[in-house]
Design a protein around this ligand. Structure first.
Ligand code: NAD
Length: 476
């Protein structure tokens, strides 16, 4: 058995695989089998020092490359990931449980597109402009610490790395300790395209140790963090010691609002898909379905019917729509929320906290639907990050807006109406970074990020690039 365990025993620093300073290892658990899949080194602040020094040493040369040179590297990286897409998808499916089809189309396909988008953006991006008697230039911010979560282990890394590389920054990357293997593949891809030594460095380890060492480091100019609200707040506090730039992509509790004249059948189908994508472990998941009170029962019945078509199972099985959650801790957390929902009086319409029948092994959670959820309930306020959907009745449009905006979060959302102008007017009033109108599809170059405690800063496209730039004014 043990011979199947992948043993990663080095960090990638300055263009070479180097021995860690410490001796600790972290086990990566396959959430489907509950067996050890791999081990990675447990980094220390000494490893961070070394990686930051390598990134600093590489910064001058990388910042001085032409935009076309950087576009060429990004383009080559895009092609390399596409060529190795199957390996990326299989690694993602194994390390965090996403169904293979989805791991391929979404988890691997989107980051490949994002790399391409930055290669396309660079040649025409206005790094310089004239404002009055000033020449205003955008320059790379410097050495970037990138800290990422486990739910989209390639996408969350690429959203930072592609934009930072495009801007001319060098990077120290710390992926999630829960799902770090994809980052090793990405490093292999960077080495294969000849990315210069020190431009991208990889350290694995725990957040409070390696993550905080990055956030505190005096020679790191910016931290780009994606993860939970508590960890994001901690990163911001630690980073404040050196007044470095901080961008935060945090959690969500997004509302999907069905206005009375909407096409309910389509809205329910798409709404369930958005709520349960990646077993609900998606920061933008539409976890609150807001429906007119007089249509509540009808919509709930339709939701339950759609959810019945979401088979749980092995991520490598073609028919699986919902894999396991990424870790035992996440499964326990989600089941805890389901129990809280029951205790607070929400009506269980589907699912529940028990281990699903026929799946004795694996961190599975039954797709769960709560009805008659009230806005003050814990399950309507806190991010659950699992396959749990709450149906909330509203009395009129003003009530719907109050409920939609009534959490600490503001990352995403949806609104549906037969009248596109009515839906747009509602979307404008939602205090959230992204709203999809009548199922408008994901745009990989549109700015992505949160209002309120969902974060600060934006990723993707031009707005994402600008986060990694300093602005200098030259008066003439
Ligand atoms: P997490 O906050 O536990 O961990 C995220 C990363 O931060 C990991 O690499 C972790 O090691 C590190 N970390 C943890 N504590 C730290 C600390 N004190 N200092 C520095 N780094 C620290 O989150 P997670 O469980 O991996 O991911 C789930 C969360 O991520 C959810 O809340 C989800 O909404 C959020 N998320 C947000 C987005 C977005 O773009 N807004 C995208 C994906 C996930």
């Amino acid at each position: 058995m043990d011979r199947d365990v992948q043993r990663k025993d080095a960090f990638y620093i300055g263009g070479a695989w180097v021995d860690p300073a410490g001796t600790g290892v972290i086990e990566v658990i396959d959430p489907t089998t509950e067996q050890v899949l791999a081990t990675v080194p447990e980094g220390t602040p000494a490893d961070v020092d070394r990686a930051v020094a390598a990134a600093r040493a590489a910064f001058g040369l990388w910042a001085a490359t032409t935009r076309q040179e950087r576009a060429d590297y990004l383009s080559a990286l895009h092609l390399t990931i596409k060529a190795r897409a199957d390996e990326f998808a299989r690694t993602i499916a194994a390390e965090m449980g996403a169904p293979l089809k989805m791991a391929s189309r979404v988890q691997t396909g989107i980051p490949a597109t994002v790399l391409r988008s930055y290669a396309d953006l660079l040649p025409s991006y206005p790094f310089e402009e004239e404002i009055g008697n000033s020449l205003v230039v955008r320059e790379p911010v410097g050495v970037v610490g990138a800290i990422t979560p486990w739910n989209y282990p390639l996408h969350q890394v690429v959203a930072k790395v592609a934009a930072a590389l495009a801007a001319g920054c060098t990077i120290v990357l710390k992926p999630s300790e829960v799902a770090p293997l994809t980052a090793f593949l990405l490093i292999e891809a960077c080495a294969a395209v000849g990315l210069p030594p020190g431009v991208l460095n990889l350290i694995t380890g725990y957040g409070p140790v390696v993550g905080e060492a990055i956030a505190a480091h005096p020679d790191v100019d910016m931290v780009s963090f994606t993860g939970s609200v508590p960890a994001g707040k901690r990163v911001a506090k630690v980073a404040a010691g050196t007044v470095k730039r901080v961008t935060l992509e945090l959690g969500g509790k997004s509302a999907n609002v069905l206005l009375p004249d909407a096409d309910f059948a389509t809205a329910v189908k798409v709404g369930v898909a958005y709520a349960f994508l990646n077993s609900g472990q998606t920061c933008t998941a539409w976890t609150r379905l807001l429906v007119p009170a007089d249509r509540h029962d009808e919509v709930t019945a339709a939701v339950v019917e759609v959810v019945a078509g979401y088979p749980l199972g092995d991520p490598f099985d073609e028919t699986t729509r919902l894999g396991p959650l990424a870790s035992a801790a996440q499964r326990d957390r989600v089941r805890g929320y389901i129990r809280t929902g029951l205790a607070e009086g929400a009506q269980l319409a589907a699912g529940g906290p028990e281990q699903p029948a026929g799946l004795d092994t694996g961190y599975f959670v039954r797709p769960t639907v709560f009805a008659q959820v009230e806005p003050h309930m814990t399950i309507a306020q806190e991010e659950i990050f699992g396959p749990v959907l709450s149906v909330l009745p509203y009395s009129d449009e003003a009530d719907a807006l109050r409920i939609a905006n009534g959490t600490i979060y503001g990352l995403a959302g949806g609104v549906w109406s037969a009248d596109p102008d009515r839906a747009l007017a509602f979307a404008r009033k939602m205090r959230t970074g992204q709203v999809d109108i009548n199922g408008g599809r994901f745009n990989p170059v549109a700015p992505f990020g949160g209002y309120k405690q969902s974060g600060a800063g934006r990723e993707l496209g031009r707005f994402g690039l600008e986060e990694f730039c300093e602005v200098k004014s030259l008066q003439r």
